[in-house]
Design a protein around this ligand. Structure first.
Ligand SMILES: CC(C)(COP(=O)(O)OP(=O)(O)OC[C@H]1O[C@@H](n2cnc3c(N)ncnc32)[C@H](O)[C@@H]1OP(=O)(O)O)[C@@H](O)C(=O)NCCC(=O)NCCS
Length: 160
């Protein structure tokens, strides 16, 4: 059975490995080398383990202890990372992680109106299916290509 729980520092190595496998399969082909390098540094186990103490909240979805996905929220309401292991994609896990993060966002005081993300080119359709809309054209910063998107929290509440 798959279950979502808070990320623990001891998850860092396995979570970073899973994130990099999904990144290389789906995202890296869209980035120049500078963007691949920047993301590789961001997703390394050590910074991943430290960010929950530095303004981030992270959850993992696991099955029998194996980490199958991760969502990292930069407080109060920005999805910094959302990754599902390649073999576990299209089973609803990405949506579940996103809904979990959105429920946390909605529980904060003051309550944000929306959740935001910088969607990589391959993930725009997933976010659109999940209630997000583009808030501007695609951009590139330090080799990282993304479309800024926002999702009204109402869209997540309607799904619950
Ligand atoms: C993007 C990602 C997190 C989606 O996770 P997932 O578990 O495969 O997605 P889900 O199974 O929860 O899909 C939810 C919905 O989005 C749709 N969807 C998922 N991936 C899609 C895609 N690439 N194109 C179009 N629709 C997609 C699903 O069909 C489903 O539709 P529904 O509303 O009809 O049920 C996952 O593909 C991934 O890790 N990709 C690589 C990393 C990445 O790009 N992360 C985002 C960085 S911003």
């Amino acid at each position: 059975m798959t279950e979502i729980r808070a990320f623990e520092p001891t998850d860092a190595a396995a979570a970073s490995f899973m994130v990099m496998a999904a990144f290389h399969a789906a995202v890296a082909p869209h980035y120049p080398q500078g963007g691949v390098d920047a993301f590789t540094a961001y997703a390394d186990a050590l910074p991943l383990a430290r960010r929950p103490r530095a303004g981030h909240r992270t959850w993992v979805v696991h099955e029998d202890g194996e980490i199958l996905g991760l969502v990292e929220l930069r407080l109060p309401a920005h999805v910094a990372m959302l990754f599902v292991a390649p073999a576990a994609q299209r089973r609803g896990l990405g949506r579940r992680l996103l809904d979990h993060a959105a429920a946390f966002v909605a529980s904060q005081e003051p309550r944000p109106d929306e959740i935001t993300v910088h969607a990589s080119p391959n993930a725009v359709a997933f976010y659109e299916r999940s209630g997000f809309i583009a808030s501007g054209p695609e951009r590139e910063k330090d080799g990282v290509r993304f479309t800024p998107m926002r999702g009204p929290l109402q869209a997540f509440e309607n799904r619950r």
